[in-house]
Design a protein around this ligand. Structure first.
Ligand SMILES: [Zn+2]
Length: 302
């Protein structure tokens, strides 16, 4: 019998990652490319399609079951198009799923990248699909995914879980999303980069927690990322809390102080007295494998 694969693609603002994945999660021909080969072309979506075509011609050795793509973006309720991807030009408002289905004649799944990261973490950590699981991924931006009783929370328009864009009182700073005063301005890798530029430029950015974790600016930063997390915990009282992303995985990241900050902001006695965190390892392949897990689960329901 032919091997069966899902093509998983994890498109980020800087790089995109692609690989063929079997149902058991085994990954083949994993490749990382610069996203600039898409965004700097005259027609980013056409370049994306061509890239997929060449990739499949080169590597596919078996049956293609589906294509599953994650974007750092808000995605429509019907999971066909991207509404807004501030860090990735040229993909907004195109019927991506429809065009790819037409071209490759397989089901195509399109969703927010954080949903696929959470899918991966739930499977790796053996988390039961019942109950409420939330994922917080602090990378360039502040990503959030919410999974309730077997489904991602999608919302009326498909854009639920934009926790990075809750407003901060009295803030006048402009966010990449176009609004003013979003918490992501203070609670993200972008914010940490700004702190580094202003205060610690004599040190490599990767080292700042090792050297300066007790400095007031970094303590404020840790408190800032704890606020949206505590907010969602107060609203949902989740069964499982997964925390990951490049910032949390930096050397010397002060986990104890971070958890102390969350504790301070959540309601007492509960959920405060019953908090447990699962930390997601910063696995480069997670978005690709998670996308494929999601597609295999969906194909079985069709
Ligand atoms: Zn915003």
């Amino acid at each position: 019998m032919n091997n069966r694969f899902v093509l998983g693609i994890d498109v980020g603002g800087t790089n995109f990652r692609i690989g063929l994945v079997e149902q058991n999660g085994k990954l083949y021909n994993f490749t990382i490319e610069s996203s600039s080969i898409l965004t700097q072309s005259d027609n980013p979506f056409q370049s994306f399609k061509n890239y997929i075509k060449n990739y499949l011609q080169t590597y596919l050795n078996g049956e293609l079951m589906a294509i599953s793509v994650g974007f750092p973006a808000t995605v429509s309720k019907d999971k066909n198009k991207i509404y807004s991807a501030p860090n990735l030009a040229g993909f907004n408002n195109i019927n991506i799923s429809e065009h790819l289905e037409e071209e490759f004649q397989v089901p195509v799944f399109l969703d927010r990248d954080v949903n696929y990261l959470l899918m991966y973490d739930m499977i790796v950590h053996n988390i039961h699909q019942k109950g409420v699981t939330v994922g917080f991924y602090i990378g360039t931006g502040f990503g959030n995914a919410i999974y309730i009783n077997g489904e991602f929370l999608s919302g009326k328009n498909g854009v639920a879980g934009e926790l990075g864009h809750i407003p901060v009182l009295h803030s006048k700073e402009l966010c990449g999303c176009g609004n003013v005063g979003c918490i992501e301005i203070y609670a993200s890798g972008k914010a940490l980069y700004r702190i580094w530029e202003l205060n610690f430029k004599d040190t490599e950015i990767d080292e700042i927690f090792m050297k300066y974790k007790d400095s007031p600016v970094l303590k404020d930063f840790i408190d800032a990322i704890s606020i949206p997390i505590a907010t969602e915990i107060n609203i949902l009282d989740p069964d499982n809390i997964i925390i990951g992303g490049g910032v949390v995985n930096m050397k010397g990241f002060p986990i104890d102080y971070f958890e102390e900050c969350i504790f301070q902001h959540v309601r007492k006695p509960y959920p405060a007295l019953n908090l447990k965190y699962i930390y997601s390892l910063n696995n480069k392949e997670a978005g690709v494998i998670g996308a494929a897990y999601y597609a295999f689960a969906r194909i079985q329901k069709i």
